[in-house]
Design a protein around this ligand. Sequence first.
Ligand code: GDP
Length: 139
Amino acid sequence: MERTLSIIKPDGVSRGLIGEVIKRFEANGIKIIAMKMVHLTLKDAQAFYAVHKERPFFNSLTDFMISGPIVPMILEGENVIEKNRTLMGATNFKEAAEGTIRRDFATDIEKNIVHGSDSPETAAAEMAFFFNHFEINQR
Ligand code: GDP
């Protein structure tokens, strides 16, 4: 069993897509074992996306991520890091496969509805960023 961090970004929350995203996870055999709604400060968003701090889109991305509440979740399942990335689709929704979350709902390379950890190492760090031990459930 593997775990990963998913986030429904501010555009997904404001457009009423929380249920749609969760429905896709559950329909694909992925278990949600932690979930909450939070509104990050700029400092939080900059820390979360620190790996991108040299990128030209860093300020725009962090401003977007604090533009409204987000829904971080821990997903559990076999091969769930890759499975979640497949359900999300490519970063750029124009390149995302048919039927993926980003292809169906993203409006922009930045406003792409969901985040998903890309490796076991980033998953561990990102899960710890949002959740403490009593927020993570056995199901
Ligand atoms: P992800 O793993 O598919 O989310 O993609 P990355 O880790 O490369 O980028 C993190 C996030 O930064 C993406 O999900 C987008 O929201 C945003 N992003 C990536 N590339 C660009 C870009 O070229 N321009 C802008 N404005 N945002 C971007």
